[in-house]
Design a protein around this ligand. Sequence first.
Ligand code: UD1
Length: 368
Amino acid sequence: MKKKKIFLVAGARPNFMKIAALWKELKKFPSQFATYIIHTGQHYDYEMSHIFFKNLGLPRPHFHLGVGSASHSRQTAKIMVRFEKVVCQQTPDIVVVVGDVNSTLACSIVATKLKVPLAHVEAGLRSFDRQMPEEINRVVSDALSDYLFTTCEDANQNLRREGIPREKVFFVGNVMIDTLLSLKREAQRRNTWKSFGLKKKRYALLTLHRPENVDKKEVLTNILDGLEEVGNHIPIIFPIHPRAAKQVKKFRLGKYFGSKSNSGIFRIKPLGYMDFLNLMCNSKFVLTDSGGIQEETTVLNIPCLTLRKNTERPVTVKQGTNIVVGADPRRIVREATRIINGKGKKGRIPRFWEGKAAQRIVKVLLNT
Ligand code: UD1
């Protein structure tokens, strides 16, 4: 029997842990699958990309499209042109895209136009906010996909409402959690928190990078005002995303950051997967505007304050440890104070977030 040629597409930081779980599982079937990793190059810094491949035990990408940063249209178009060339040369049997970044959108369109079956992992999530570039990416990828692998029941419902045929939707769980659970113990053996001079469960961890939070001076200043106040009670460690770092410099907001990790907001460079997981596991709580971190904190049972107006992952609020607090400094301080006073939200782990999502996906692919 001819092996099925599978393309796993990744482009940006939150994609790498998702393809890692799939890569590991697909490799268990060497006579059925020939798997190739395609890196679009959307993220290219060592800390945003290469270190993840190292930490996650992924091989060098088989194809690297090297697109880099640009406006949304230029970046998407560049990925499409380069990906089309590889697909035409290599003729994969199936293209697998993950998440909701521009690389997901671009490669979904290319695969569909070339009539290559498309699988979308993490389908059906909706913030119902088209101001978010990722929402547009999700809606388009889902509309085009032949296989829609979902992480939660609300995603199934969203797809049903959009008229996606039931037989295309597979409720499999969360591949990002597969990776988290498989590497958690190893990450905890590191002494990342100690190396930054932090005390276990006596610091908060912050990530902030979304355009709506960092691209406007007034919004970013408001958030930093709230965080500064929180930082008077518990140190906040902040591995800073390149976009946020650029904006802090542009708006001259460096005064908000201290040079020591024992109080205030302490900026460090972006971390690899294992060090970040270590910091997350040992933190008192997490403040974030990321998507995936809302899910990871729910699984780790660590309170999470989401610095956004809405979330495409409501299951983390309904069942998990997440609270959506927006960018209002008073709300940020109020909720953080509750956690510091020992009243952090407790939660339970959503169905199928137990480390077997990739197994379920590969089972579907074996039977297609
Ligand atoms: C992208 C995703 C977002 C995801 C985030 C995780 C889209 C639309 N957005 O946002 O969903 O949450 O990744 O990080 O796909 N830069 C670097 N080095 C890099 C990458 C980026 O310096 O390796 C800088 C560049 O100045 C670039 C900016 O960061 O212009 C933004 O990068 P981009 O890939 O456009 O979007 P992210 O904000 O990273």
